[in-house]
Design a protein around this ligand. Structure first.
Ligand code: NAP
Length: 258
C-alpha cells in the first residue's frame, strides 16, 4: 500500500542500508522528499542516491554521525536551508554489539548507547523545535523486540532499545499537544547486515543458510523478516492514516515473540 506523503520532508537516519534503505525508498515512493543519512558506507550511500534520483530532485543522502552533537546540529541546519523543515523523522540508525554483560567493555557499551539512544535524542531534539513551530510532525523510532524479551548477549543494545521506547512515550506526551506524533516500531529478526557483525563475526558470519532456517523455524509465519516488512509500517505511522496513533510501539516480528 502506498500513502500520500506529497509535500513532506523526511529525514531517515541510517537510511542507506538495511531497514533504513527500505524506509527511505517507501517514503520516497509515497511522495516525500527524503534525506537519507549514513555514517561511513559510501557505496551504499551512492546506491541510495541513485535510487532517490528516480523519485525526487531534492532528495539526497547526507553523511553525519548521529552520536555527535555538532554533526547533528550542523546537519539539521543544512537540511533546513537546502531542503526545508523536516516534517518526518525516522530514528533508524543503530549498531549492535554481541557479548554477555560481564564481558562487555566500557567502549562497546558507550558506542551502542551513543549511536542508538543518544543519537535518537540528538536528532529528535533538532527536529522537534521546528516541528513544534509548524504544529505538525511525525517521528518514528526503530526500537527492537530486544527491548523486552531478555535478549541474551545483547545487554547494551537491549537497554538502548528500551530507552528508545521510553523516549517515544515522553515525546508523544510532550509534543502531542503541538501536533507531533511519535511512535516506535519493534522489529524482530530482520535480515540485514547488522547480523554480520562489524568485524564479520556476527550471527550471519558463516552458515548463513542454517541461521536463516533457524530463524524461519522460530516464526509462526515460517520465514525471516525483510526490511520492507518494517518500512511499510513506518510509512503508515507517518501518514495521515495514522493521525490518531501516538505513543505506540508496533511489533513487526511475524509473531515470533508471542
Ligand atoms: P544495518 O543494515 O547495519 O544498517 C545500519 C544503518 O545505520 C547504516 O545505514 C549505518 O550507516 C547507520 N549508522 C550506524 N552508525 C551510525 C552513526 N553513528 N551515524 C549515522 N548512521 C549510522 O542495520 P539494520 O538491521 O537495518 O538496523 C536498522 C535499525 O533497526 C537499527 O536501529 C536496529 O537496531 C534496528 N533493528 C534491526 C533488527 C534486525 O534484525 N535487523 C531488529 C530489530 C531492530 P553506514 O551504512 O554508513 O554504516
Amino acid at each position: 500500500m502506498s500513502y500520500d506523503l506529497t509535500g513532506d520532508i523526511a529525514v531517515v537516519t541510517g537510511g542507506t542500508r538495511g531497514i533504513g534503505r527500505a524506509i527511505t525508498e517507501q517514503l520516497a515512493a509515497s511522495g516525500a522528499t527524503v534525506v537519507a543519512n549514513y555514517y561511513s558506507n559510501e557505496e551504499a550511500a551512492r546506491e541510495t542516491e541513485e535510487l532517490l534520483a528516480e523519485y525526487d530532485a531534492d532528495s539526497r543522502v547526507m553523511q553525519f554521525d548521529v552520536s555527535d552533537v555538532d554533526d547533528v546540529i550542523d546537519a539539521f541546519a543544512e537540511i533546513r536551508s537546502a531542503v526545508g523543515t523536516p516534517t518526518i523523522l525516522v530514528n533508524n540508525a543503530g549498531i549492535l554489539e554481541q557479548d554477555t554483560l560481564d564481558c562487555t567493555t566500557e567502549d562497546c557499551w558507550d558506542s551502542v548507547v551513543d549511536v542508538n539512544l543518544k543519537g535518537t535524542f540528538l536528532c529528535s531534539r533538532e527536529a522537534l523545535g521546528p516541528m513544534r513551530d509548524a504544529e505538525t510532525g511525525a517521528i518514528v523510532n526503530i526500537s527492537s523486540v530486544a527491548r523486552e524479551n531478555g535478549a541474551e548477549g545483547l545487554g547494551g543494545y537491549a537497554a538502548t532499545k528500551g530507552g528508545q521506547v521510553s523516549l517515544t512515550k515522553v515525546m508523544a506526551k510532550e509534543h502531542g499537544p503541538y501536533g507531533i506524533r511519535t511512535n516506535a516500531i519493534a522489529p524482530g529478526l530482520i535480515e540485514t547486515d547488522i547480523w554480520k557483525g562489524a568485524d564479520g563475526d556476527g550471527m550471519l558470519a558463516d552458515d548463513e543458510e542454517v541461521v536463516r532456517e533457524n530463524w524461519a523455524e522460530q516464526s509462526p509465519l515460517g520465514r525471516v523478516g525483510y526490511p520492507e516488512d518494517v518500512a511499510s509500517v513506518a510509512a503508515f505511522l507517518v501518514s495521515e492514516e495514522a493521525a490518531y496513533v501516538n505513543g505506540e510501539v508496533i511489533t513487526v516480528d511475524g509473531g515470533t515473540n508471542l
